[in-house]
Write a protein that binds this ligand. Structure first.
Ligand code: MD3
Ligand code: FE
Length: 215
């Protein structure tokens, strides 16, 4: 039995953090037993790696992808590709429970019919962070983005439409799902340096996956 299901009083709540942005507390908890082995399978075929940004910085967050398209970066820029540049093979297929979780979470937040073609999987170790950015490498901004957090908690930064806009802080815990769409889709966002608070299942790791309609 998954004790996390009953662990905290937040589970099952929906918090609205923007006009079209919702945190579904604990929404992914019933799926964790399917998600973790699926992540291991993806990682075996397409290992996590620290990519380099166009500016020449190595990201502190390691990433991999599954689905038809995967997000990558190197000195030449950010883009979606249908193959893993490290192996030159297609990204691993999106596991069925991944796609179903994304579809159900989007529907619960009011976005019916979400069918992602890309899933970016981020792995944070203590100290890893993501600076404020917009997600704008996708072709169609009318689809929402669904994100699932597992493992160590993180402080998520939810900014505005300009980089300088003040960002709200939102704690994200194991099992939380966030859905962003509509006018919130292009808001700046980021993650504060991860504190070391080992998690019973994932140890000193945070995994975040974001489902996107990229192509
Ligand atoms: C808000 N990842 O991979 S997920 C990313 O926790 C990314 O790994 C963070 O930002 C993480 O690009 C945050 C949440 C997220 C994703 C897309 C958004 C938040 C968003 C798009 C618009 C506004
Ligand atoms: Fe992002």
């Amino acid at each position: 039995m998954n004790l996390d299901l009953f662990h905290d009083a937040r589970s099952g709540r929906c918090e609205r953090i923007g006009p079209s942005a919702f945190v579904l507390r604990g929404f992914a908890l019933p799926w964790v037993d399917e998600l973790l082995p699926a992540i291991s399978g993806i990682e075996a075929a397409a290992p996590f790696r620290n990519m380099v940004t166009p500016g020449g910085f190595t990201m502190s967050v390691a990433l991999t992808n599954c689905g038809a398209l995967g997000w990558t970066t190197d000195r030449r820029g950010y883009r979606y590709t249908d193959t893993d540049p490290a192996t030159r093979r297609p990204w691993p297929a999106m596991p069925v429970p991944f796609a179903r979780l994304a579809h159900e979470a989007a529907a619960a937040a009011g976005f019916a019919g979400f069918e992602p073609d890309a899933c970016l999987i981020n792995r944070y170790l203590p100290g890893a962070r993501m600076s404020l950015h917009q997600d704008k490498d996708e072709r169609d901004f009318s689809a929402p983005i669904v994100s699932v957090s597992l493992g160590m908690p993180a402080t998520f930064l939810f900014g505005g439409h300009k980089r300088a806009d003040k960002a709200a802080k939102v704690q994200l815990y194991h099992g939380d799902v966030v859905v962003w769409g509509g006018e919130d889709r292009l808001r700046y966002h980021g993650v504060m340096p991860l504190k070391h608070v080992p998690h019973p299942l994932l140890g000193s790791t945070r995994i975040n996956f974001t489902f996107r309609k990229a192509g």
